[in-house]
Ligand binder design. Structure first.
Ligand SMILES: [Zn+2]
Length: 410
């Protein structure tokens, strides 16, 4: 698709200067250009600057007047669980009234209730629900999204979820990246070691053979998967060509970060509970810290020490963690507001965290996440005179247009 976006008041490029991500002080640099235009050719950014060359001006192509508007790279939601069935509003309502986790698990089942609903749901139903959620994410500016399995906890249903994610990548207007999260929880109907064997020797080889996932993820936490189990699962995943990512340090620090970095994980996600060993393990590695402040908000648990991570030059990304139990919102702009208000990240750091650094958390920052020649034409136009207004004017969606590979999709 060819497209000219003309006369934007501000273009926030999130320029990389050739790097994969932004860390430390560089995370505050957003590469602002004022009163400028962008030309997208065949879905890729071809030119960007203040004075449109005559050769572009004379082209008979679609033009968008961005006068008095702000242009940003498309947002990337690098951590979601958007494929699910069922409803946990009852559980939420009980939690708000003061029920404990145990009481909720007993009455409603917690994550296991979602597992039951997903096992029962037909593939077409799961896909319909997930597509609606993706379109909702797009309406908040998401042009690339990641989605995990992990509500099947048996081979048949994990495969069903991954098939849905792959079909959504083909059929939805945005890129949908697929993560195998068999090690999300232990199923009730088999022993722990039986289930880990199923992950290692049934699920991983089958998923790799059918090319159903790019990443392999797990939940490293007390009473869930231990560090030694994670290492086994990652080792097997890597053998079959999957890239590790890890849910870790949400409630306890049990060594998940060190293990993930040793396995070459592309990101470690959550990190609400961090000690100096965890920071040291991350510092100097290429692993992106992906923070999920909507979970802290929704569960009323501590927020990740984002400033400490940024001070230690660790690249920070932000994602929604959209899921029915701990963050029931696909609104990435809400995550951005929480990052500024609760994580004390500045507006510039926050914008880089949902664009270029989120792309790095998926290993795709060479292709998207910034407005630079050669990158995919994934672009947002906000009806605001400046980028700060997007977060300053909170709780209101001021998005005017969402562009994916040069095509207006919302
Ligand atoms: Zn998650």
């Amino acid at each position: 698709m060819n497209l000219l976006i003309e006369n934007a008041k501000q273009i926030v490029t999130c320029h990389t200067k050739g790097r994969k991500y932004k860390a430390g002080k560089f995370q505050s640099e957003i590469g602002l250009i004022e009163n400028a235009s962008i030309y997208v050719e065949n879905g890729r950014i071809k030119w960007l600057g203040k004075k449109i060359p005559a050769s572009i001006k004379k082209l008979n192509i679609k033009k968008i007047d961005a006068n008095n508007k702000t242009v940003l790279p498309g947002f990337i939601d690098s951590h979601t669980h958007l494929v699910f069935a069922g409803d946990r509003a009852n559980e939420y309502s009980m939690r708000i009234k003061g029920s404990t986790y145990e009481e909720i698990a007993k009455a409603w089942g917690g994550i296991i209730s979602t597992v039951k609903a997903v096992r029962k749901a037909a593939k077409i139903e799961l896909k319909k629900l997930a597509l609606r959620r993706i379109l909702s994410s797009v309406s908040f500016g998401v042009t690339t999204i990641e989605a995990k399995s992990g509500y099947g906890l048996d081979t048949k249903t994990e495969i069903k979820m991954l098939e849905v994610i792959n079909e959504l990548n083909r059929e939805s207007p945005i890129d949908v990246y697929s993560t195998f999260l068999g090690a999300h929880a232990f199923p009730k109907d088999k022993s722990g070691s039986e289930y880990i064997d199923e992950i290692l020797y049934e699920m991983i080889p089958l998923i790799a053979k059918r090319n159903l996932a790019t990443y392999i993820d797990a939940f490293c936490e007390k009473n869930y998967f231990s560090v030694s189990e994670i290492k086994k699962i990652f080792k097997q995943g890597i053998r079959f060509g999957l890239v590790p990512k890890l849910h870790t340090n949400q409630f306890y620090s049990i060594g998940g970060i060190k293990a993930a970095v040793e396995c070459g994980a592309i990101s470690v996600d959550h990190l609400e509970v961090m000690n100096s060993k965890d920071i040291n393990a991350l510092r100097g590695s290429d692993t992106v810290a992906c923070l999920l402040p909507a979970v802290s908000y929704f569960l009323d648990i501590p927020y990740t020490p984002a400033r400490k991570l940024i001070e230690n030059k660790i690249p920070v990304a932000l994602a929604t963690d959209f899921n029915p139990g701990s963050a029931m919102s696909e609104n990435i702009q809400l995550t951005m507001s929480l990052a500024v208000q609760m994580l004390k990240m500045n507006i510039e750091e926050t914008i880089n965290a949902v664009t270029i650094n989120a792309a790095a958390a998926l290993g795709v920052s060479h292709n998207t996440g910034s407005i630079e020649p050669g990158k995919q034409g994934d672009i947002l136009i906000f009806d605001t005179p400046g980028y700060r207004d997007i977060i300053y004017h909170f709780g209101v969606n001021q998005l005017d247009k969402v562009i994916k590979r040069g095509k207006v999709i919302n």
